[in-house]
Design a protein around this ligand. Structure first.
Ligand code: KG4
Ligand code: ZN
Length: 339
């Protein structure tokens, strides 16, 4: 590491993962420590906000130490402290924000506020340089969006879900099929075990719309499950999982590629927890290869929540010297376009 290297320590606590990372010059991960609370929340079938906050409090201090240790850095080599400001659970966000503010104050370093979805999108920059204009397909537990990036950190949402997010639909369908929380990986696995798919609807919406809707699909799955139960038939879980997954992927991939074409994007970026889906990754890679669309897909560890992606997005603000004040507030519904 040379004298000019910019090392940003980032903190992410927006939901049920506590994470601290150190990233050099916005692209080189020196450490990315993630502690998942999934085991704690599983018995409740979803994230319990109050418990999430308490768990973040328990882990954050040792995780900051661990991230610095793994990065083989002392605090005097840090250039800035970054933190997720939103969107997310307000109590969970607050823990990260308080930790980041304290560090920034004690070390006399600038504080950088980051939008969680900007982080998911800039996880791609940790894989390879992003070329503009680009289209990002953001699919996470709380968001499903097609985002147009005209230039670095200039986001325009061209389509979004009108009801459930893709990850949310996965989790609800998994619950109906009696799979553990979070359901995404379980549905993904089960879908690969079926040799045929149960027929499921696709919500294309208006012909020119980039919006998504997954609630009709979710209801179709629930109806299938209820009908099987009423008739006393064995549930064809794998076939249902495959039908559901094929419907979600078909709509996501088709709309993303239409956006790439219409906006003359030079790259398609995949982002968010659902980007860990094997079926989606395979289908998107195949279609992009056929059409000659350059695709970036982050490795699994950078798809689900982590602080390295927050540091990568923070680097853009570092370059513009766009720093936050120490009275920074958590914003549970932070807007991506004005961030
Ligand atoms: O981005 P993320 O880690 O958290 C949010 O910011 O929301 O996304 C979590 C979501 C969960 O709904 C989870 O079920 C889903 O990502 N997920 C998956 C897979 N792995 C995680 N969904 C489908 N297939 C997967 N393999
Ligand atoms: Zn996320």
């Amino acid at each position: 590491m040379n004298e000019q290297s910019v090392c940003i320590l980032a903190v992410e606590t927006s939901c049920d993962e506590t994470s601290v990372a150190v990233v050099e010059n916005g692209v080189r991960i020196r450490s990315n420590v993630v502690s998942s609370q999934i085991e704690t929340h599983r018995r409740f079938g979803g994230v319990v906000p109050e418990i999430a906050s308490r768990k973040h409090v328990e882990s954050i201090t040792w995780m900051i130490e661990e991230a610095l240790q793994q990065a083989e850095l002392t605090t005097d080599r840090l250039s800035a402290i970054a933190v997720t400001q939103g969107p997310g659970l307000v109590g969970a966000l607050l823990v990260g924000i308080m930790a980041a503010k304290s560090l920034a104050y004690a070390l006399e370093l600038p504080l950088i506020a980051v939008h969680h979805i900007a982080g998911h999108i800039y996880a791609n920059q940790l894989v390879q340089p992003i070329e503009y204009p680009a289209i990002a397909l953001v699919v996470s537990g709380g968001h499903t969006e097609l985002v147009y990036l005209e230039a670095p950190a200039r986001f325009r949402i061209v389509g979004q879900t009108r009801d459930d997010a893709a990850g949310e639909a996965y989790d609800k369908v998994a619950r109906a099929l009696r799979l553990p929380y979070p359901g995404g990986p379980h549905i993904d696995k089960l879908a690969h075990e079926a040799d045929v798919a149960q027929e499921m609807p696709r919500a294309w919406l208006e012909p020119d719309s980039y919006d998504f809707s997954f609630s009709g699909l979710k209801s179709a799955v629930l109806n299938t499950v209820n009908q099987a139960q009423m008739r006393g038939e064995a549930l064809q879980s794998a076939q249902i999982a495959r039908g559901f997954q094929e419907s979600v992927i078909d709509v996501l991939v088709t709309k993303a590629l239409r956006a790439v074409n219409e906006f003359s994007a030079r790259q398609l970026l995949l982002a968010g927890g659902v980007a860990a889906n094997r079926g989606l990754r395979a289908q998107l890679s195949e279609r992009c290869a056929e059409l000659g669309v350059p695709l970036i897909v982050p490795p699994l560890s950078l798809c689900t929540d982590n602080a390295a992606m927050i540091a990568a997005a923070a680097f853009l603000k570092w370059e513009r010297r766009d720093f936050a004040e120490l009275d920074l507030q958590a914003v549970p519904l932070l807007n991506l376009e004005t961030w």
